[in-house]
Design a protein around this ligand. Sequence first.
Ligand SMILES: [Zn+2]
Ligand SMILES: [Zn+2]
Length: 419
Amino acid sequence: MATQPILQRLIPDLGDGVAHDVANTQPASRQDITNSTSSQKQTSNLSFILNKPYDVEFAERPVPKLSNAHQVLVAINYTGICGSDVHYWEHGRIGHFVVKDPMVLGHESAGTIVEVGSAVKSLKPGDRVALEPGYPCQQCTNCLAGRYNLCPDMVFAATPPFDGTLTGFWVAPFNFCYKLPCNVSTQEGALIEPLAVAVHIVKQAQVTPGSSVVIMGAGPVGLLCAAVAKSFGATKIISVDIVQSKLDFARELAATHTYVSQRISPEENAKALLEHCNLEEGADVVIDASGAEPSIQTSLHAVKIGGTYVQGGMGKADITFPIMAMCQKEVTARGSFRYGPGDYKLAIELVANGSVDVGKLVSGVADFEQAEDAFKKVKEGQVIKMLIAGPNEPPQGGAKLVLSEEDITTGTSTTGGCC
Ligand SMILES: [Zn+2]
Ligand SMILES: [Zn+2]
C-alpha cells in the first residue's frame, strides 16, 4: 500500500496522476495516502535475495544513496522475471557467472524517479522510466567504439557479483533511465528490457522491408523478435516452437506463419517448415531465440543461400554446429548480446506508436512477497511474462491474465495516465 505514500512524501508535486497501473484500478484514497505516510513500510527497501540455488530470502536493505551528481534514485514499480533470473535461482550460475554471495535478483524494471543528482537536467521526480540495467565502464575500446554492450567491465544488475532490481529503490546513472511517454504504462515499461534485446537481435539480422524471417523459439524474446521484425517490414514471419499454445500466441502478436518443430532431423525439420510457408529457397533471415541445439541446427538448414543467421538465445555453451551448411551457403552468422546504443529508445518508440503490444505478454502481476511463487510459475512454463510489483506497490492481481480483451482495446488497465 505504500509506493504512492512514499512518492507522495518524496515528491510533493506528484499529484493524482501518478502512473501506477494497478493503482488506477485499485486507487488509494487521499485519506489512505495521508494515513500511511506515518507507517514504517513507506520506505521499504525489501529485497528478493538469492543465497544459493532454491534458497531465497526477503530482507530489508538500506535505501541506496546517490553517490554522484549524475545519478538518480528510482522507486521500482514493476520487474519482469527473465529466464536468466530463473536460471540463477535454479542453478546459482550462468556459465562463468557464479553466485558466491547473496545476490538480489531481477533486471527488467520500470520505476518512478524520486530524487535526481544536481547535474541531472532531463529527468525530474515523478518521471516514470524504463531502467537499462547494465552500466558499462565508458573507458574501454568497446565502449569508445559505441559497442558498450560488449564492455568487459560491465556492471549488470543481477549478474554476480552485482545486485539486481527486485528491491524497493535503485540508483542509476540518469542516462540509463528512459522516460516513458504518457501512453506507455509502467508495466509496459518493465518489458522494454526484453524488447530492447529483441530490437538488438533484429538489427543484427538486418531485417529489411519484404524480408522473410524464421524465428526459432516462441518464448518472450522470440515473440518480441517476431513483433520487431514485423515493424521493420518483414512480410513473412515464421515462429517455430515445440509448444502449440506459444505459437498460437505468436500468431496473435505478429507471426504470419507458425511451425511446430518435429522429432525429425534438423534437415527434415527445415525442409518441412520452409515448404509449409512456401519458402523452398530458404528464409532471408533465421534468428535462433531458443538456444536449443536442434533449433540452431535447423536454423542453418532453413536459411537461404547468402542469408543471415543470428544467435540470440543462450543454451548449452557448446553444441554440434552444421558448419558445412554455413560455409557452402556463405551464410552471414552473427551473435547478439543484450542491447546497445539506440536500442532502448527504439523499443520505447515501438511500444508508444503501437507497433509492438508488449502488454499482451504480461500473464500476471505478483505482489513482491509472492516473488518466489512467481519464479515457480515461470519455471513451470505456465506463463509468458510474469511481473513482480515493487515492495511499495499496492496489492496486485496475482498470476492471472491481467489484460482482458476490453483492457487491450481501451487501454484502461495499462495506460499510465501521466497527462
Ligand atoms: Zn532479461
Ligand atoms: Zn567499457
